[in-house]
Ligand binder design. Structure first.
Ligand SMILES: C[C@@](CO)(OP(=O)(O)O)[C@H](O)COP(=O)(O)OP(=O)(O)OC[C@H]1O[C@@H](n2ccc(N)nc2=O)[C@H](O)[C@@H]1O
Ligand SMILES: Nc1ncnc2c1ncn2[C@@H]1O[C@H](COP(=O)(O)OP(=O)(O)O)[C@@H](O)[C@H]1O
Length: 311
């Protein structure tokens, strides 16, 4: 008798860069209020789910060895949450193909959690409204709702309250991926420490960033990029200064530490500049590897899914 091989559902999910990341003071719950502008970039993870006897996670790609495959993996937790909502057992094998740097400040783990929610929604035929998935997402991490959402958005609260931002055209980026990672809580703590000593200066409001995004002009946007966590990331990893300098010397319009780092994101004029800047940066020996990306791109979605309900 022929046995039916189950077909996996695969979801592609983008990374993010914070174009503007203003960090407030430490709150009693251990978090910081954020005012951020996220942009989803075309550097992706792919998450596949297939029915299995028990829940498992397999991680492949660069940095896979440093990602947990047990219940501390955010994708595992997303599967348990989705199963609870559907009142069933989370009997799936999850495979994560990492394209997003691990612990790189580009929301890799959050992306995998968002992708797992979308993949299981399809695999189990749940058809949950996006708002329901967003409610689950926020319980998994501050960045998970944006990974579902994609595009460009303002994030407030812990970064989880989102309002879409109108942008024109496509922005082109060169990403310098570092050898190691930086721990998000450690970077926030380092900022608290630096602030207790009187520095660094806080970035201002995002108003000018929003109008630059509306103009679609990378030259206008470049000098406005700002990240309150950058000083803390540089304090923990001083070599990043060299990386930021090298990107600008290679012809980027501006460079910024992405989120809590250590990935450095360089805004460039166009696709052609992305190729030349990335080649020069790769030769400068200031990072593990270089990637070209563009944004904004859509959030987590099933590969091959043309259903507008998923847009
Ligand atoms: C800094 C940002 C900027 O987008 O991204 P990354 O650079 O890590 O990708 C995010 O705020 C990271 O979000 P995420 O990685 O989901 O963090 P969470 O799991 O929610 O929190 C991890 C820890 O970071 C600190 N944290 C996080 C968010 C926040 N608004 N304030 C904080 O102080 C807390 O110590 C928290 O326990
Ligand atoms: N699916 C996952 N992918 C990557 N990291 C994960 C995942 N699940 C849990 N983690 C843990 O989260 C930490 C932060 O990783 P990541 O989300 O990639 O970085 P960042 O918070 O800087 O954007 C990692 O060190 C890893 O131990």
């Amino acid at each position: 008798m022929l046995s039916v091989v189950p077909t996996p559902v695969t979801v592609r999910v983008p990374s993010k860069v914070n174009l503007h990341l203003a960090v407030g003071d430490l709150r009693p719950d251990g978090y910081h209020d954020l005012h951020t502008v996220f942009q989803a970039l075309s550097l992706y993870d792919e998450v596949s789910v297939v029915p299995a006897d028990t829940l498992s996670v397999t991680v492949r790609g660069a940095g896979a060895e440093s990602v947990p495959t047990d219940s501390t993996n955010l994708a595992w937790r997303a599967a348990e949450m989705m199963a609870e909502r559907a009142a069933r057992t989370p009997d799936v094998a999850i495979t994560i193909d990492k394209g997003i740097p691990v612990a790189g400040g580009m929301a890799g783990g959050s992306a995998d959690a968002a992708a797992t929610l979308v993949a299981l929604d399809t695999l189990w035929g749940i058809g949950a409204p996006r708002e329901d998935l967003a409610d689950l997402a926020v319980r998994l991490g501050s960045d998970v709702p944006f990974c579902l959402h994609g595009g460009t958005a303002i994030g407030t609260g812990r970064g989880e309250r989102l309002v879409p931002v109108l942008t024109r055209g496509t922005f082109h980026w060169v990403l310098a991926l570092a050898k190691g990672g930086l721990s998000t809580p450690v970077v926030f703590r380092e900022l608290d420490r630096l602030r207790a000593e009187g520095g660094p200066q806080r970035i201002g409001s995002a108003d000018a960033v929003l109008s630059a995004l509306g103009s679609g002009d990378a030259h206008q946007l470049a000098p406005l990029l700002g990240n309150d966590l950058q000083a803390a990331a540089l304090s923990l990893d001083p070599m990043l200064r060299r990386t930021l300098r090298a990107g600008v010397e290679a012809g980027a319009l501006a460079g910024i530490v992405s989120g809590s780092g250590p990935t450095c994101a360089f805004l460039v004029e166009d696709q052609h500049a992305a190729v030349t800047v990335s080649a020069e940066l790769a030769g400068a020996g200031v990072c593990r590897t270089v990637r070209v990306a563009s944004g904004p791109v859509p959030g987590a979605r099933v590969v091959g899914d043309a259903d507008p309900a998923h847009s």
